[in-house]
Design a protein around this ligand. Structure first.
Ligand SMILES: [Fe+2]
Ligand SMILES: [Fe+2]
Length: 202
């Protein structure tokens, strides 16, 4: 099953999503994205635990795909669509505005680290050995710990806020962005799924 069809199945399978022909719930799509990001964290933890002697090249390659494509696409969806829409609805909110700023700061850091880690994992998958196992382990652990915390924050604070504050027009705009992303993925046949190889309970 492709990641897109998985998204649709999960999103449309929600009890509040209505009939099968009901429009996609764009916030539920972000929730599914977060499940995938937590699976990425589990995969990176497994790779870190296997260093320096065990190398799961399939897992390393899958992680690279998500780091290079799935994660930046998710960040773009939040920064170009979700966060601006939310800002319009919480203009005077002194608690949430700094939260969004902090999350954007973390996106920047994640983007940069994802590139470095991808390069190291590509090498790991290709030659079966890390250039510097200790350094890679350190990088992986720093990354997945931070990304898990980021996702937990967004699940606890941002997505519930979006459910409360976004208007129907906002949701339409977000839905369009989600659908456009799905079309881009389908066109490039990219994959962003750890479904089926989830190593640990999220
Ligand atoms: Fe985020
Ligand atoms: Fe997110």
């Amino acid at each position: 099953m492709s990641p897109q069809s998985l998204h649709l199945r999960l999103v449309r399978g929600r009890s509040d999503a209505g009939s099968p022909s009901a429009p996609i719930d764009p916030i539920a799509v972000l929730e599914v994205d977060h499940v995938l990001k937590l699976e990425l964290c589990d995969a990176l933890e497994r790779l870190a635990d296997g260093l320096p002697n065990e190398t799961d090249t399939g897992l390393a390659n899958a992680a690279v795909t998500v780091l290079r494509r799935g994660l930046p696409d998710h960040i773009e969806l939040e920064e170009r669509h979700l966060f601006p829409l939310l800002r319009r609805r919480i203009a005077d909110d002194e608690i949430f505005r700094p939260v969004l700023e902090q999350l954007e700061y973390e996106h920047e850091h994640d983007d940069a680290s994802a590139i470095e880690i991808s390069e190291e994992l590509e090498r790991l998958a290709e030659v079966g050995q890390a250039r510097n196992a200790e350094m890679l382990g350190y990088m992986l652990r720093g990354f997945f710990v931070t990304l898990r915390r980021h996702v937990y924050w967004e699940n606890a604070m941002v997505l519930p806020l979006a459910r409360r504050k976004l208007t129907e027009n906002d949701l339409d705009e977000l839905r369009e962005a989600v659908v456009a992303r799905s079309h881009r993925h389908a066109a490039s046949r990219s994959t962003d799924a750890f479904i089926g190889i989830r190593p640990k309970t999220v």
